[in-house]
Design a protein around this ligand. Structure first.
Ligand code: NOJ
Ligand code: CA
Length: 673
């Protein structure tokens, strides 16, 4: 039986009712969806459609128009509602990996169908109301028509927004710092765009289920700083989306919660994607190491150069040996294939020719013999034309050799040079890669991606994405300040798993100082890992990724007393909770595997004590605790490698008091005795 087929699907009721009595005329009316927490009101005055949203504190979004703008005003849409269908869904499904072993999908829905104006176009707007979110999408059917969307004119008119957390929208990258500002300063934000209201509710605007469309950014209206208009990343010709016969927008989602911690728990984005079709029982999460950080530090190179090649057979064996001896599931190898000497140029990589010092078949066998997954790598440099032509043979090669994982990357401008990284052209590309990889039974870790939109529910082989200013920036730029890691769970992290790649123990980056060669133009000599060692451990828990990298070199882990915290780290969890948090300041996450709880806590530039309530433990059981924590002198700038390992019996009556140094954190494991 399929591994994660919907197991318990309980449709409480599914009404397909014509609610004509509900509205006064075909042109105008108000249509509501209500639950215990939220109320959505969609209004139609015959000339347009608007929605507002409120919770028990009052209005959250006020009159927010919904509209599509096609090239040449075609096809012409009407706002005369013909039918309304509505219903309730309540089902539970069991994902193959993730932060929780089961997910409830519970919502009320309503579909508004609009009259055809010409014989060609039928428009539906679908709404779903969850306990903690609202979502809507457009579906347009126009057989035989080429539909050219100039802009989706959906709007989010915020009511009493106080401040927000956001990064600048960029059509080509998501690797940006995150800012906390007043709402007025957020002129053009990437999604997810996270907001706090005067009533101290927390919202985030994002998208789910992007199929054949373009990515969304949010542009502040020129005349109203509380109004954010959906903006679609354009094609080179300025149009936004081109399709034939039918158009299906992604879901536009607004998450609503009364605390930052509660913002993180819903699985709405996954729930808004379809269940998988076919057998994905072969999909397995893992914790991995790899020939990676050493290149970013400039200790070795991707290309063969001056005897410093990272992906030599001997060096890769060292990573495989270490993974096998220390309970890691996989070893990544970057720089194994020819072309790195031409990185940035067209046609640089063929994805099948190994460098002469890298014995691919022998290493695939060696890894298998050591029960370690060899994780392949395809750096496309953004050359989509070349990758699409070669992807099949590249995937077939890995498949033949028993390689089940591949990390892909798009570090470079897109070829064709006219297109953006986040436009419809690239969405089609990522779709194609994900489907082709599934056919070859390959699991994917995608770097420089589009924003995840929950596709991994439908294609569970799409394990994880980067799409964040991740760990690599600490190796060759001014790096990521501690507050950055306290913000990304509440922005980019809301969209799906993040391959942030933490776990660096040589935080001073000095163990191999004499071997480092400057290679990156971003490096102005101030590079540093801005965190303490315990913070690095905690990041492995705070940011969930089903392919979770322990990034440091084997030499830096070997015999290190803190390494066993990584050795025992599960790659999938039974249950997760965010115990407490303040966006940009700190976050404490607890994840359960069987009867053990793993707690990850991080703080920003400021030290602080957090109280960890233990009321989630079983009162009839005894527990012991093991923690890797900052000690009194730890500091992310002056003494980052200082830590203390603390073991004790746990008293459930006393909440655990955890002190964190500036830029610090902790990994705490609570085991049943
Ligand atoms: C950028 C990716 O994020 C990084 O992980 C990779 O090592 C380099 N590109 C080279 O492919
Ligand atoms: Ca990157």
């Amino acid at each position: 039986m399929m591994h994660f087929q919907i197991y318990l699907k309980r449709i409480i009721s599914l009404w397909l009712v014509l609610l004509s009595a509900f509205y006064s005329s075909a042109q105008s009316g108000q249509f509501k969806l209500t639950n215990e927490f939220l109320q959505l009101i969609v209004s139609n005055d015959g000339a347009g459609c608007y929605f507002n949203l409120q919770n028990n504190h009052g209005l959250i979004l006020t009159t927010s128009p919904l509209e599509l703008q096609f090239a040449g005003n075609k096809p012409s849409l009407s706002y005369q509602i013909t039918t309304i269908d509505s219903g309730i869904v309540d089902e539970t499904w069991y994902p193959p990996y993730g932060t929780d072993n089961h997910i409830r999908n519970h919502y009320k829905w309503m579909n508004l169908s609009f009259a055809q104006i010409s014989s060609i176009a039928t428009l539906n707007i679908e709404f779903r109301l969850f306990d903690d979110a609202v979502a809507f999408r457009y579906r347009l059917i126009s057989p035989g028509d080429s539909l050219v969307l100039m802009q989706e004119k959906s709007t989010f008119q915020l009511f009493q927004a106080k401040k927000c957390w956001w990064s600048w929208a960029d059509y080509n990258t998501l690797e940006k710092l995150v800012y906390e500002t007043s709402i007025g300063q957020a002129k053009h934000a990437a999604a997810p765009f996270t907001i706090e209201t005067d009533a101290e509710d927390f919202l985030s605007i994002l998208e789910a289920g992007i199929d054949d469309y373009s990515s969304m950014t949010l542009k502040q209206d020129l005349s109203d700083s509380s109004k954010f208009n959906v903006n679609l990343v354009p094609w080179a010709d300025g149009t936004a989306v081109k399709v034939k016969d039918s158009l299906k927008s992604p879901w536009r989602v607004v998450l609503v919660s009364n605390s930052p911690s509660a913002l993180l728990e819903p699985k709405t984005i996954l729930n808004l994607n379809d269940p998988p079709q076919g057998d994905f029982s072969w999909v397995k999460p893992l914790v991995y190491n790899g020939v990676w950080w050493e290149m970013h530090l400039g200790i070795s190179t991707w290309k063969i150069q001056g005897g410093r090649h990272g992906a030599s057979t001997t060096n890769v064996k060292k990573y495989i040996d270490f993974a096998s001896e220390h309970g890691l599931g996989g070893a990544l190898v970057e720089g194994w294939n020819t072309g790195w000497e031409n990185w940035g140029q067209k046609d640089a990589f063929d994805f099948t020719t190994p460098y002469t010092d890298f014995d691919l078949p022998a290493l695939a066998d060696y890894a298998a013999a050591h029960a370690v997954e060899l994780i392949g790598h395809h750096e496309t440099g953004g050359d989509i034309v070349a990758y699409e032509a070669r992807m099949d043979s590249a995937f077939a090669l890995y498949n033949r050799l028993g390689i089940h994982y591949v990390k892909t990357g798009y570090a470079g401008p897109v070829n064709p040079p006219t297109e953006h990284h986040h436009g419809q052209y690239m969405i089609r590309h990522f779709n194609k890669v994900m489907r082709t990889a599934a056919a070859y039974r390959l699991m994917l870790d995608v770097h420089e991606p589009i924003i995840p939109s929950g596709w991994s529910r439908t294609y569970p082989n799409l394990m994880t994405f980067e799409g964040v200013r991740g760990m690599e920036w600490n190796a060759w730029s001014d790096g990521n300040p501690p507050s950055h890691t306290c913000m990304i769970p509440f922005t980019r992290g809301l969209a799906g798993p993040m391959d942030y790649t933490p776990g660096v123990f040589d935080i001073l980056e000095d163990n191999f100082q004499q071997k480092r060669v400057h290679w990156n133009g971003e490096d102005k000599g101030h590079n540093a890992v801005h965190s303490t060692l315990s913070n690095q451990l905690a990041l492995l828990l705070v940011n969930y990724s089903p392919m979770q990298m322990a990034a440091d070199l084997p030499e830096n882990y070997l015999h290190h007393p803190a390494f066993h915290f990584i050795e025992s780290l599960p790659a999938k969890w039974d249950e997760s909770k965010v115990l407490s948090s303040m966006i940009g300041q700190y976050i404490v996450v607890a994840r359960r595997k069987g009867t053990s709880w793993y707690i990850g806590a991080i703080t920003n530039e400021h030290s602080r004590t957090v109280t960890i309530p233990l009321d989630f433990l079983n009162p009839d059981k005894k527990y012991e605790i093991e923690a890797c924590m900052d000690n009194a002198s730890s500091h992310y700038e002056t003494d980052p490698e200082n830590y203390v390992i603390h073991q004790a019996l746990l008293s459930k009556e006393l909440p655990f008091e955890l002190w964190m140094a500036p830029g610090g954190g902790a990994m705490v494991i609570i085991r049943e005795k």
